[in-house]
Ligand binder design. Structure first.
Ligand code: ARG
Length: 461
């Protein structure tokens, strides 16, 4: 026999190679406080089922309190020969409460229902922290959008000038995906907020333990209804890793713009010194490292998600040891998001926009051509012809090196008799933006509507 959690039927301990492969304490130790909370809930269920008397319950409660202190102070640590967080903590409780009382704790539970519960508890907490960070990030976008209300910029499709938009409209276009990520986390919580405890190894427990006692003590809204599902499924972990990856992807999309906007050629923005880095050789450099790390880390989080999905694919019911591989990727995603979000938010909050540059470029690249075509439509010209006529205008401008509004009355009339001088009314950025006043458009009143809705989610500080 060996002194692991399962030594009884074994003549020898595990080979070193197996022990090394099997060990998870280097990553699951961060679940220690959740494991102890689970144990504290479980002994209540044991007590309610008459399997622990009042005195034993008290001994164990104070042992758990003592062990919690030792764990948080670092005085208690897993030993190298201990397989996982569960084994190490059981040894800790035995050391404090003695084997007779502490030896009763494991009745009616398995590491399978334990670990399935702990990962949910961990992710529920992580989700709260990520949500707070997302609200701060949305707040930084809203502050910038409010500060720059009325500033026009080139709106792009295919990264080419398309139509002018308000800078605030562009910034809010990055806020909405994060609002949806917040909603995804809220919605995920409904599924995550159910406790697997009481499912035992796979089939439930014979000891009359009430899973609801544990669930409510741990703050879960409910219990899962099938013990095999409860111990074997990790879709809740996978869904969380998807949401994490989506958050990183949405940051990365903006990151790519920040990288372009801060170049000499664009000169749309200047990064704050505290949120940019220098070069060890080139004294003039100011680099958008936060944006680049956001772009890089999005790849890493996508990898974590894809890896986890691959682990889950094809696993038969119920618990399989493969499931141990769920933790490192999702821990990594959480850790990296919590590093990235505050830095990214700080970068956005301190960004200095070059209003003159944005305004100057807004009408360039013939971005008012659609407005000219639509002016013709309002004068009764069929859109196909209006499109053709405006295309001719653009061609002429390119040949002459002119912008649309620089064409003379004669040049306009030469392209089409329909192009009266009044067409110049729509050759203005202000007009182009103001006229897009329909729902979701870039006109100022619609942008102010968005700010109003978004401030409900991230109130001004
Ligand atoms: N370390 C395991 C995991 O992360 C805990 C459950 C182990 N269960 C078992 N039967 N070996 O999934």
């Amino acid at each position: 026999s060996n002194d692991s959690l399962w030594g009884g039927r074994f003549a020898s301990g595990p080979d070193d190679a197996l022990a090394a492969l099997s060990r998870s304490t280097h990553f699951d130790w961060r679940l220690a406080s959740y494991d102890l909370k689970g144990t504290s809930a479980h002994i209540k269920a044991l007590h309610a089922a008459g399997l622990l008397d009042g005195a034993e319950l008290e001994i164990l409660e104070s042992a758990i309190a003592e062990l919690s202190k030792r764990v948080s102070s670092g005085a208690f640590k897993p030993r190298p020969d201990e397989e996982d967080v569960h084994a190490a903590l059981e040894r800790g409780l035995i050391e404090i409460a003695g084997p007779d009382v502490a030896g009763k704790i494991r009745a009616g539970r398995s590491r399978n229902d334990q670990i399935a519960t702990l990962i949910r508890s961990f992710l529920l907490d992580a989700s709260d922290r990520i949500s707070e960070q997302l609200i701060d990030y949305i707040g930084a976008l809203l502050d910038q959008a409010e500060e720059h209300v009325g500033v026009a910029m080139p709106g792009r499709t295919h990264f080419q000038h398309a139509q002018p938009v308000l800078l605030s409209h562009h910034l809010l276009a990055h806020a909405w995906p994060m609002v949806r990520n917040l909603q995804r986390l809220e919605d995920w919580r409904k599924r995550a907020n159910r406790s697997p405890y009481g499912s035992g190894a796979l089939a439930g427990n014979t000891l009359g333990l009430d899973p609801l006692i544990v669930a409510s003590d741990l703050g879960f809204a409910d219990v899962l209804e099938n013990s095999m599902d409860a111990t074997a499924s990790r879709d809740v972990v996978a869904e969380f890793s998807f949401i994490s990856a989506m958050i990183a992807i949405d940051l990365s999309r903006f990151a790519e713009e920040i990288i372009a906007w801060s170049t000499y050629e664009f000169s749309y923005v200047k990064l704050d010194d505290a949120f940019s880095t220098g070069s060890s050789i080139m004294p003039q450099k100011k680099n958008p490292d936060i944006a680049e790390l956001a772009r890089g880390k999005s790849g890493r989080l996508i990898g974590n998600h894809a890896g986890l999905l691959s682990t889950l694919k094809g696993l038969p019911l119920s618990y399989n040891r493969d499931l141990q591989e769920d933790k490192e990727p999702v821990f990594d995603s959480v850790d990296n998001l919590l590093l990235l979000l505050p830095a990214f938010t700080g970068m956005i909050a301190t960004l200095k926009f070059n209003r003159e540059r944005l305004e100057e470029l807004a009408p360039m690249g013939f971005s008012l051509a659609t407005d000219v075509a639509e002016w013709l439509v309002k004068k009764g010209v069929p859109f196909r012809q209006a499109h053709e006529i405006t295309g001719e205008l653009v061609k002429l401008c390119e040949q002459q090196g002119l912008q649309l509004h620089e064409l003379s009355d004669a040049q306009l009339a030469e392209v089409s008799v329909s192009l009266k001088p009044e067409v110049r009314q729509v050759m203005s950025v202000t007009q182009a933006i103001a006229s897009r006043e329909g729902l979701a458009g870039t006109a100022l009143p619609r942008v102010l509507d968005q700010l109003l809705s978004l401030r409900k989610i991230s109130p001004r500080k």
